[in-house]
Design a protein around this ligand. Structure first.
Ligand SMILES: *Cc1c(COP(=O)(O)O)cnc(C)c1O
Length: 285
């Protein structure tokens, strides 16, 4: 196999990551609408919260984040200690973020609290991970940067990275393979719905959003918790190429890439690993 790496870990908004592309479009839209205040939500160590906090500060917008250390989907709670370290929160706080902390609970509770806060303070609400049709559009356009691959493999969570790429390459020879960092398989339907929204925004046929390949075999102990395979993959890539992965997303996706390569799935293929960033979280483990 011929392996290439797309370095979205080396982009902007304070230590890079895949959220930067979405934020460029989302922030532009917020500024067009005259937004003075923004609310989003996520895990406390969210890369999106970090990058949006920095983007809002650069744009002169007051930024609020409603966070839980470890939000969960009911039935998929992860027992044990909270995440170590707070590198993303440190950057966001330096960028003036107002954190609103909650006890761990279901994702739904977190989403509702963000909506309530946005209403209370008269802020624009940005959905988790920037996964709106506009956020997905950023990855639809990013597809133009990487023609000619047989496979594009990346970490997937809130879905706009995968749906932008999937819609862009739908019907082509390029297969987009998302490695889920969340355990709940119901996400396939949520992501497909997001993809339909992108198709509507683009004026394309909604069927382009169907048929995503999202695999759940490398989540490890749960969302937000490092896995042994991910940590081993991180050591491997660091020692071979001097590239740092993160324990929550890109390390797990690269573990999948190594496993699938060993199983011969990529034989003779030109494969792109889309490095989605998360660098600060490397220092949390
Ligand atoms: C958010 C994130 C992802 C997942 O991207 P989505 O567009 O939310 O699916 C992958 N890797 C890193 C480092 C992230 O921060």
């Amino acid at each position: 196999m011929d392996l290439w790496i797309k370095r979205d870990d080396l982009t902007g908004f304070a230590m890079g990551g895949n959220k930067g592309r979405k934020i460029e479009l989302i922030l532009g839209d917020l500024l067009d609408q005259g937004a003075k205040k923004v609310v989003t939500c996520g895990a406390a160590e969210s890369n999106f919260v970090r990058q949006l906090a920095v983007g809002c500060q650069m744009a002169g917008i007051e930024f609020h984040a409603v966070v839980m250390d470890r939000p969960f989907e009911p039935g998929f709670e992860v027992p044990g200690a909270p995440p170590k370290g707070s590198a993303n929160q440190k950057i966001a706080s330096l960028a003036g973020a107002h954190f609103h902390r909650m006890e761990n609970g279901p994702w739904e509770t977190l989403f509702e609290a963000a909506t309530v806060l946005a209403r209370e303070i008269g802020a624009f609400e940005v959905p988790i991970g920037g996964s709106t049709p506009l956020g997905a559009m950023a990855f639809f356009h990013a597809a133009e940067e990487v023609p000619g691959f047989d496979v594009i493999l990346h970490a997937s969570s809130s879905g706009s990275t995968q749906m932008g790429l999937h819609v862009a390459f739908s019907g082509s020879a390029t297969h987009v393979l998302g490695i889920s960092c969340d355990p709940e398989e119901a996400l396939v339907e949520d992501h497909t719905e997001l993809g339909r929204g992108l198709c509507r925004l683009l004026g394309r046929d909604e069927s382009l959003a169907e048929g995503i390949d999202l695999r759940f075999d490398w989540v490890g102990p749960g969302y937000g918790v490092p896995s042994d395979a991910g940590q081993a993959a991180t050591r491997w890539l660091l020692s071979k190429e001097g590239i740092v992965l993160d324990p929550i997303y890109s390390g797990k996706a690269f573990a999948a890439l190594l496993d699938l390569a060993r199983q011969g799935e990529f034989e003779g293929k030109r494969v792109l690993f889309w490095h989605t960033g998360g660098t600060p979280a490397f220092f949390n483990v």
